[in-house]
Design a protein around this ligand. Structure first.
Ligand code: IMP
Length: 422
């Protein structure tokens, strides 16, 4: 195992990162989340008990592992407190081994309200967790950081200014009355802060000084990255490897010996709006959605589904300089007589093999498919590579040949033990 390992999404999120990080983080002392917030929902099943991690790094579920919520995250303190309480109710102790960055921004109740208002016009299909507005305030230099909560006067002044600003947007842009009861801020922010304040430190310094073995857990996925994804149908952070340095406060030099793996499903899903060239509809979609249990872990929304898109996956390999792919949910394709894989896009008579920046191209291109034979046997729960059906192996080889990096691991079910290394 490398001393620094990065596991991130190679598609539009929901690739099954939670289970992979849980499995791999056992060997690490520290695990770090560095971008996003409670929009994430990383699912882990341990001894039949299901955990959905929204803000905490998944590795923290291992008793020895210290968890870090780094500065690039936007943190809903009430959601974090509830997440900790939920995990503790399942018998796992958290607070004494969690650190939260003093530079991380706080998701305020009015950010969630703005998320709802903006959605009326934008139709991005956000998780409504206030993520975009929290980052918007950060970059407008109006955000509230964890450190500000230690200074009551400064906090109150900033909140007052922010509320005036939000009121203006709500009333003048959206024509909606806006009132916020300050008791609400007390419940949603101040009380959870009192519960968590001992854990707030300079996490960049902590990581510089405690870097023996660290696993970094990306949230969302490369195609949702604010710069490299399907803009504007993206999340508001760098959810690819580009977010590592600014999200942790560590120099890019720190990551020079890190290994980076992308998690990808054997097919493709996305939640929310935006282009999806290989999307399928109707009965074909129903079948894939039901077989794959494709409903959002955070919002419960049915996910859009489609065939594996190698143009997009190669983009993720290149953007992140991936050392390899961890492929999940191959078993969902068990029993399909034929499997389609997208190898290029066609738009206006032109063939695209590189993932285009243009939304117009992404929205209106036609996928060019190769059709591969399916397999009859089951790959569910497989732990022995010699039992992999030959056509399943051919499918994996086809992917590897196209993207130019190996598939290093297969996840074959939701339980911890259901995987195999290739
Ligand atoms: P936001 O991150 O809530 O602003 O949502 C922006 C876009 O990212 C929407 O399309 C969401 O559905 C998507 N998104 C955000 N978080 C996740 C995630 O953890 N998994 C999958 N999609 C996500």
């Amino acid at each position: 195992m490398p001393k620094k390992l990065v596991i991130l999404g190679a598609q539009w999120g929901d690739e099954g990162k939670g289970k992979i990080v849980d499995l791999l983080s056992e060997k690490f002392d520290v695990s770090v989340r560095y971008q996003g917030g409670s929009n994430a929902g990383h699912t882990v099943v341990i001894d039949g008990v299901k955990y959905i991690m929204h803000l905490l790094p998944t590795g923290i579920l291992h008793p020895h592992n210290i968890g870090v919520i780094a500065q690039g995250m936007v943190v809903d303190l009430k959601a974090l407190k509830e997440e900790i309480e939920d995990i503790e109710a399942k018998g796992n102790k958290i607070p004494h081994k969690l650190y939260i960055s003093d530079r991380a921004h706080v998701v305020m109740p009015y950010h969630k309200l703005l998320d709802k208002l903006f959605e009326k016009k934008n139709g991005v299909g956000t998780t409504l967790r206030g993520i975009g507005p929290a980052y918007m305030f950060k970059f407008m230099r109006k955000g509230i950081r964890m450190v500000d909560l230690f200074d009551q006067r400064m906090f109150e002044k900033k909140v007052e200014e922010n509320i005036e600003f939000v009121k203006d947007i709500a009333e003048k842009v959206f024509g909606e009355r806006f009132e916020i009861d300050t008791r609400y801020i007390e419940e949603e922010v101040i009380k959870p802060f009192e519960f968590l304040k001992d854990r707030i430190i300079d996490t960049a310094k902590f990581l510089r000084e405690n870097s023996k073995s660290v696993i970094f857990e990306g949230a969302q996925g490369t195609l949702l990255d604010i710069d490299m994804g399907t803009y504007p149908y993206v999340t508001s952070s760098n959810s690819s490897a580009l977010g590592l340095a600014n999200g942790t406060g560590l120099s890019p030099k720190y990551f020079k010996d890190a290994q980076i793996y992308g998690v990808a499903k054997a097919y493709l899903t996305r939640v929310g709006g935006g282009p999806f060239p290989t999307e399928v509809h109707g009965e074909e979609a129903e079948k894939l959605r039901e077989k794959g249990g494709e409903y959002g872990a955070t919002t419960g929304r049915p996910r859009r589904v489609g065939w594996l898109d190698l143009v997009a996956l190669k983009h993720a390999v290149d953007v992140n300089a991936l050392d390899g792919i961890i492929l999940t949910k191959l078993d969902v394709l068990d029993g399909y007589p034929e499997i389609k894989v997208c190898v290029a896009y066609e738009y206006n008579g032109k063939i695209y093999k590189d993932f285009p920046a243009s939304l117009e191209v992404l929205e209106n291109c036609k996928p060019v498919y190769e059709t591969l034979p399916g397999w009859k046997g089951s790959t569910k729960g497989l732990t022995d590579i010699s039992k992999l059906p030959p056509n399943a192996r051919r499918y994996l080889e086809f992917i590897e040949n196209y993207i130019g990096v190996p598939i290093v691991m297969l996840s074959t079910g939701p339980q911890r033990h259901e995987y195999l290394f290739l």
